[in-house]
Design a binder for this molecule. Structure first.
Ligand SMILES: [Zn+2]
Length: 207
């Protein structure tokens, strides 16, 4: 096989977990994959205390840190639109979802942005991981989050709307990166206000 990241041929080793847990292959060589660093930091919600978003999110689990190899990966995946790279974390994401219960809801892109990017990078990560999900949210605001301060991001009206009925059950939000937490908190609040019992979140990266 050819490594999706460095392009060199490699031998895919059949491991116990690949065989018995039917875990997906990362489609990268070991040398490239080892450069990604597992995130061990816990997410702290203190920024949201006393805001309308307090208690909206029950837990957040981030798989990897935002180190240099991850920055390069994300750049190539998102901006150079290399959709094949969605496979790199397929096995790890599949495992992360297997250990949690709830309806998986990807964070959507604004329709105008989707047109520019040509593919929904968050959805494609889930497709590669072969997990089923439901599109329950729509992004109604397109302003760039990065240009605002943290307080401005929190005070802004919600970025999302629910597309269909939300049940009194558990939901798992999924996004590529957790940075300030504003996106996940906005989405979680929509679900909670509509009756969701519990809202957990998984992101590939902790920014
Ligand atoms: Zn490689």
């Amino acid at each position: 096989m050819t490594c999706l990241i460095c392009g060199t041929p490699y031998q895919s080793t059949p491991t116990w977990s690949k065989l018995f847990l039917n875990q997906l292959d990362s489609s990268t060589c070991t040398r490239c994959f080892e450069k990604f660093e597992v995130s061990e930091s816990t997410i702290d919600f203190t920024d949201f205390l006393g805001t309308p978003y307090e208690g909206a999110v029950d837990s957040v689990f981030c798989l990897y840190t935002y180190n240099e190899p991850m920055k390069e990966f994300l750049h190539q995946y998102k901006f150079l639109q290399d959709v094949a790279l969605a496979k790199v974390f397929a096995g790890n994401l599949q495992q992360a979802f297997q250990t949690r219960e709830g309806i998986i809801v990807p964070i959507p892109m604004h329709p105008e942005k989707l047109e520019l990017r040509t593919f929904a990078q968050v959805d494609e990560l889930l497709n590669a991981a072969q997990v089923s999900y439901q599109q329950l949210l729509v992004k109604t605001k397109s302003e760039t989050q990065g240009k605002k301060t943290k307080m401005e991001r929190l005070e802004t009206s919600n970025l999302f709307e629910a597309m269909s009925n939300i049940e009194a059950t558990n939901y798992i939000l999924f996004d590529d990166i957790y940075t300030t937490g504003a996106t996940i908190h906005h989405a979680a609040k929509i679900l909670k206000d509509a009756g969701a019992k519990r809202v957990d979140a998984i992101t590939l990266i902790k920014g």
